[in-house]
Design a protein around this ligand. Structure first.
Ligand SMILES: Nc1ncnc2c1ncn2[C@@H]1O[C@H](COP(=O)(O)OP(=O)(O)O)[C@@H](O)[C@H]1O
Ligand code: SF4
Ligand SMILES: [Mg+2]
Length: 381
């Protein structure tokens, strides 16, 4: 790696105790819905992000996971200030940037970069790769030693592309290579934080690991903090030091990686983990039960009262409909491992003896198909 692309030493060595780079408090985005004739007025709102608290330390990588539509991209766009928040606060290095103007944001803009999900639509097809990667430097008036073109060639090499391809166009590259171009563009301004919004979801499975490895290299060697957005827990497992699980605009569980993968306590985290074959959960490697979370996430226009997960939760009781569970540390859990649930699951899934089916229609269908394999009673082992 080129020396002048390496950030100062104090930014490497991510650790849970490192200083906070980004902090969001009560972050909210409600997209208004207009209706009526002849005069249009606001008739409702999509509660895409509804009061989330989250922090990212210097050089730390945090995974943000949840099903499609739960507000992950909106969160990423709020943090990078591509969207204006409806409420809450965004603090970057203790500076309140929630409603900062373009001018006030200018110094921070270069430090927070975004990598987008779709490598096909996020690169301008009429620009050469050189122009694409160079443009953030031009916009921000940055003139690296040796010139911008030299820096672009270094960046191409850094992300595993041929520097000679400087004058080629995006259509000449594969999906994985295009995402590498996106990474090079994000690195051009030496950012301190990259929000990567499902950066590998659109790629072939065989290519995904290569791009994740590249991002991991960038995070570890350059000390860049990441908010890595993904729709399942497998992708962020090796990449994230902490993981936040999101459901319908809220964070339902957050903690260090080991706590989330080995001692999850929110039913939704259990469901997400059980849906990921590659992720063995302590105590259930051999007799892995599946929780089939049936149906879609409810509409964020009219989310369920109380706990938003209650319409799909097998543990729901009356209280879940009337009282929203706060995101708190449950007794026995590590500091920083927070769960929003009135009736949390056992930390490991060992105690759950039956295959849990959340959709009555699916259960009826399976019953009619005759006897199924009886799940082994794990409590007898
Ligand atoms: N510009 C917008 N206007 C109205 N609704 C939006 C807009 N962007 C996103 N949404 C809605 O907000 C919710 C969260 O979307 P998004 O943040 O894209 O979720 P995710 O990235 O987790 O799939 C979805 O219901 C989506 O339809
Ligand atoms: S609060 Fe109730 S509905 Fe929500 S996850 Fe916990 S048990 Fe399920
Ligand atoms: Mg998204």
């Amino acid at each position: 790696m080129s020396d002048n692309l390496t950030l100062p030493a104090q930014q490497s060595a991510p650790d849970a105790s490192t200083e906070t780079l980004l902090k969001v408090e009560g972050l909210t985005k409600h997209f208004p819905i207009y209706g009526g004739f002849p005069i249009k007025r606001k008739v409702g709102a999509v509660q895409a992000v509804d009061g989330i608290d989250l922090s990212v330390g210097v050089g730390e990588s945090v995974g943000l996971v949840g099903e499609s539509g739960c507000g992950k991209s909106t969160t990423g766009r709020l943090i990078t200030r591509l969207l204006e928040p409806t409420g809450g606060k965004i603090l970057y290095q203790d500076q309140d940037i929630t409603h900062a103007s373009r001018k006030q944001l200018a110094p921070v803009r270069s430090e927070i970069q975004m990598i987008f999900q779709d490598p096909y639509s996020s690169l301008n097809p009429r620009q050469t790769v050189g122009t694409i990667i160079k443009s953030p430097m031009e916009v921000n008036g940055i003139n690296p030693a040796g010139g911008r073109e030299k820096r672009v060639r270094e960046l191409l090499e850094l992300v595993g592309l041929n520097p000679e391809h400087y004058n080629r166009f995006p259509h000449e590259f594969s999906g994985g290579q295009r995402q590498r171009i996106g990474v090079a563009r994000a690195l051009a301004l030496k950012p301190k934080l990259i929000v990567a919004d499902e950066p590998v979801s659109a790629l072939d499975v065989s290519i995904q690991a290569q791009v994740v490895n590249l991002l991991q290299k960038v995070q570890e060697e350059m000390g860049i903090a990441f908010l890595f957005i993904a729709h399942d827990l497998a992708v962020v497992r090796h990449f994230s030091q902490r993981v936040a699980v999101m459901y319908l605009g809220k964070i339902v569980e957050v903690g260090d990686r080991d706590s989330i993968y080995n001692r999850p306590t929110h039913p939704y985290t259990h469901a997400l983990l059980s849906a990921v074959p590659e992720v063995p959960v302590e105590g259930m490697e051999e007799n892995k039960e599946r929780i089939r979370l049936a149906g879609d996430v409810p509409s964020p226009i009219a989310p369920p009262s109380g706990c938003r997960f209650r319409t799909r939760c097998w543990k729901a009781q009356d209280r879940c409909a009337t009282e929203e569970p706060p995101l708190v540390q449950i007794s026995g859990n590590r500091a920083g491992h927070l769960t929003a649930c009135h009736f949390p699951e056992e930390p490991s899934t060992e105690a759950r003896a039956e295959d849990i089916v959340l959709d009555p229609a699916l259960a009826a269908l399976e019953d009619s198909e005759g006897p199924q394999d009886t799940p082994k009673d794990l409590t007898k082992d």
